[in-house]
Write a protein that binds this ligand. Structure first.
Ligand code: TYM
Length: 333
């Protein structure tokens, strides 16, 4: 069976190691399998659910596309496109918001986290964010959606919306129920400063994350300053319990070299962190510095990036306009 892959990344700047190890690395693997049809979206409509500076947003849209390409997604094989260029996303989001229940959205933990204490001041868009995400996925009949662990609940909501639409209009299997693709390990990369907090673009401390645009010296400095504890590296996974920073760094190392956590524990057991950090810096620089260099190079060619996004958006438009037409007919428009 051909797998139809769909995923999105917000162009809000500072794409980081968490985005890479939790999601984009997996996009590249899926892109490289010739049996897959992949679509990767720069979700700028999602980005404006929080305030964006127009000039920066424009730059970040190109930078996200550049990051996809620099990480190894081939625009000749996969569709890379810009959400706001394809009207079906906004139309679909409205239609699916009429299918979604307020009770479902009230359970979304990401809204609670992002809105913070003053929910009244959050945008309506931030609240209905996961409905737009469902439209993204359902318009392309995606079978599989690669994401980090933090998006699991949104994908469950997407499945509920699809099921309710199919039931309500007695259209079995019309909207395809997508499967999440979440890696078993390393699907949640944590902050370098606090092993209990997710690595995030919005963390005010730049030292909490390794950005995909960081150069060698920045990576070296951030790993040097990353929080650890005073004990040596243990012999077993069991002994990493209650040592979130140590577990996170060992996990990052393993994920960067495509191994599992036990492999890195085995390599560094009983050693101290300074020795481990030297090796971690080496592999992080080896992986990230060329990506960062390529992003900078691609950003110098805005015309090329704009063409990729325009071409991808035309292809996405072709697919999604058919689906939205069918959806409208089913509804009775
Ligand atoms: P965004 O831009 O916030 O995140 C992009 C991807 O990176 C993953 N991610 C992480 N993975 C592991 N550890 C982390 N610390 C970490 N931080 C971020 C996210 O899980 C995500 O996969 N809502 C989506 C964007 C979206 C989308 C879609 C995804 C819009 N429409 C349709 C899939 C399908 C998001 O979280 O973007």
């Amino acid at each position: 069976m051909i797998k139809k892959i769909f995923s999105g990344v917000q162009p809000t700047g500072n794409l980081h190691l968490g985005n890479y190890l939790g999601a984009i690395k997996n996009f590249v693997k899926l892109n490289n399998n010739k049996d897959n049809e992949c679509i990767f979206c720069v979700v700028d409509l999602h980005a404006i659910t929080t305030k964006q500076d127009p000039k920066e947003l424009k730059r970040n849209i190109r930078e996200t596309a550049a990051t996809f390409i620099a990480c190894g997604i081939d625009p000749k094989k996969s569709i890379i496109f810009n959400q706001s260029m394809v009207p079906a996303h906004a139309e679909g989001a409205w239609i699916f918001s009429c299918v979604s229940r307020i009770g479902w959205l009230n359970r979304m933990t990401q809204f609670k986290e992002k809105a913070g204490k003053d929910k009244e001041k959050a945008s309506v868009g931030l609240y209905s964010y996961p409905v737009l995400m469902a439209a993204d996925i359902l318009l392309y009949d995606a079978t599989h959606v690669p994401v980090g662990e933090d998006q699991k609940q949104h994908l469950e909501l997407c499945r509920d919306i699809a099921q309710k639409f199919n039931n309500e209009f007695i259209k079995d299997n019309f909207l395809r129920i997508p499967e999440p693709l979440i890696q078993k390990e390393f699907s949640r990369i944590m902050s370098l400063k606090d092993g209990k907090k997710k690595m995030s673009k919005s963390d005010p401390s730049d030292l909490s994350r390794i950005n995909l645009s960081d150069d060698k010296d920045q990576i070296l400095n951030k790993i040097k300053k990353a929080k650890t504890d005073t004990l040596p590296i243990p012999n077993s996974h069991q002994d990493l319990k209650n040592r979130p920073e140590a577990e996170n760094l060992l996990g990052i190392y393993a994920s960067l070299i495509d191994k599992d956590l036990n492999y890195s524990i085995d390599e560094f057991k009983n050693k101290n962190f300074s020795e481990f950090k030297d090796k971690l810096s080496e592999v992080a620089i080896e992986k990230i510095a060329p990506i960062s260099k390529e992003i900078k190079k691609l950003l110098n060619d805005e015309k090329y990036l704009d063409e990729i996004l325009k071409d991808g958006s035309n292809k996405a438009q072709e697919i999604s306009s058919k689906k939205i037409k069918e959806i409208k007919e089913i509804i009775g428009f």
